[in-house]
Design a protein around this ligand. Structure first.
Ligand code: MG
Length: 249
């Protein structure tokens, strides 16, 4: 039992806030149980409040562009079945923390954009490139972890083909006031523990050989989409935590 009151009620108010500095009445942060880190040998444990999008067992949370998701599930991972199309989550997300793990085919085939190509599309619109860029030159803004067609990753932190790699992504959805863009989407991308983008503004939905803008969308939430680019890329341990503001339960 606390013998002293927690916090203070005689301190200055924080700017634009109903709370004082060290306010004893300010809501307590929600308590969650953190997970464990992933490594190439095995996936980690998600935090207790994560929405599990894929735990290695089935694709029940996913659908294809025209019906069922038809990718293969085996041995705790899913694998692209070429020409069955992209798959996307049934649930939609805006601001979020996303974790997923992927592996390019161990048997190297093709080069440049034709080697282990897939993609993680935030809100189904903004592609963070998945590609086997281990000893595989391609155009910079199509490298593993690129905001495709816009920004190369700050570094190439790829593991060897066949090895499991982790993406940890922090995403802020764009804000609109009616038709007017108030703020663009922002993304922070960490590959294998290394920062590739740090709160980078996204120019608009990503595309191939084209410029885009927010004129094409007013969406503020969307599905997580994974790309069928014809290569046998695998994914495992996919979870997301929608992010709310401070003091929100
Ligand atoms: Mg791709």
């Amino acid at each position: 039992m606390a013998t002293q009151p927690i916090g203070y009620d005689d301190t200055p108010f924080l700017p634009d806030s109903q709370w004082r500095v060290h306010d004893g009445k300010r809501p307590q942060p929600r308590i969650i149980t953190p997970g464990t880190a992933s490594c190439p040998e095995q996936p980690g444990q998600p935090p207790s409040d994560a929405i599990i999008l894929f735990d290695g067992s089935d694709l029940s949370g996913w659908k294809g562009s025209n019906g069922e998701a038809q990718w293969k599930v085996e041995n705790g991972y899913m694998e692209v079945v070429p020409r069955t199309g992209n798959i996307e989550t049934k649930q939609h997300f805006g601001d979020c923390q996303l974790h997923l793990e992927w592996a390019a085919p161990a048997v190297v085939k093709g080069d440049s954009q034709g080697r282990g190509n897939s993609g993680v599309f935030l809100m189904g619109l903004y592609e963070i490139q998945v590609l086997d860029c281990y000893d595989n030159p391609t155009y910079a803004d199509g490298t593993t972890g690129a905001i495709y067609g816009q920004y190369p990753p700050l570094v190439n932190a790829c593991r060897k083909p066949g090895e499991w790699q982790t993406y940890d992504i922090l995403f802020t959805a764009p804000r609109f006031d009616g038709d007017r863009l108030v703020s663009p989407a922002y993304v922070t991308v960490i590959l294998n523990g290394v920062v590739l983008h740090h709160h980078q503004a996204i120019m608009g939905p990503t595309g191939h050989r084209t410029l885009t803008s927010y004129d094409e969308t007013r969406a503020t939430t969307g599905p997580l989409m994974l790309q069928d680019h014809g290569d046998l890329v695998r994914f495992r341990n996919i979870w997301v935590r929608p992010l709310k503001g401070y003091d929100e339960a």
